[in-house]
Design a protein. Sequence first.
Length: 207
Amino acid sequence: MLTAEFQRETESLLQQVREGDRLALNKLMDRSRSYLTQVMKLQFDPALRKRVDESDVVQETLLNACHRMQDFLDRKPMPYLIWLRKNAQERLIMQRRRHLSAEKRTLRGEITENSSILLADLLPAANDQPRQELERKELIAKVRDALTQLSEDDQEILLMRQVEGLSNSEAAKVLDLTTSAASKRYGRALLRLRRAARNLGLGESAV
């Protein structure tokens, strides 16, 4: 999701915005909308989706980003896309608190096939066989099942790192954690995912 080319082009637009180019700001917002839409598809709670349209959260985030753009350009506290992702996370948390009960809910939502394949790259092969020998549908189903057995925090850090493509330091900024704490959370989440996957037949030895 966060390719080097995407980030370079975004930084170029930011520089143009800094120089007062209004057209560049419009292009930046279009690019930001595309990025946030992908983020929301991964992070939007299905229970929340019944009450709130994810596009509304994207729009709210973009409006807030426009309002705070000059402050961001003056301070540049973190890379723009991470700042935007953090902004979206704050909007999403507020919506959850507003619309959902305190019951712990999964972030699994509607995990796409592509996301499942990316997460499967973190897993050992099943029964010592090359992963490509597994039926695609079976692999996707088992990865989804394994993911649902994890806590919300575990799911979140795995999706950020493996599917969204955030680095450890970038995920730490979004989650308001130290880099060390984010690394430890990711490591623990990975161990739990592999353990859950092994129990479903996607690995043989204990982790």
